[in-house]
Each structure stands twice: as C-alpha cells, then as structure tokens.
Write a protein that binds this ligand. Structure first.
Ligand SMILES: [Zn+2]
Length: 67
C-alpha cells in the first residue's frame, strides 16, 4: 500500500507497477509525485521549479505605423 504524503489517500499502486522516475498523481488531492525508489516506493512531490516565467508580456505590440 502506498499512501499519498499529502492527504494519505491510498494511491493504489504496487511496487512492480511503477518505475523509478515515473510520476503518479493522487486522485484525491491532485498532487503529482515522482517515484524516487520502488523498493520500497518512495515518493517526492513534483514541484514545477523548471517553470521558467521568462516570457515578457508584450502581447499588445501595435504597429502604429500609419502614414
Ligand atoms: Zn493526495
């Protein structure tokens, strides 16, 4: 039995059903967990640190070039 570290819901996954590096989602709280080890199953919450908010909000680039 593997329980969600967040809400302790039974995630219903078996050790031989998942691979290391696989991401599972908790159906109850929606948190994504990465499988760190499979024997025993160890889960790590996936935080989206890779998310680069580098895009400038320049959506209104009007071309005011009327002659
Ligand atoms: Zn949960």
């Amino acid at each position: 039995m593997v329980y969600c570290p967040e809400c302790e819901t039974d995630l219903d996954i078996e050790e031989d059903e998942v691979d290391e590096g696989e991401v599972v989602s908790c159906p109850e709280c929606g948190t994504d967990f990465e499988v760190i080890t499979t024997n025993p199953i160890e889960l790590k919450p996936v935080d989206e640190e890779d998310y680069d908010e580098d895009e400038p909000e320049s959506d209104d680039s009007e071309d005011g070039d009327e002659s």
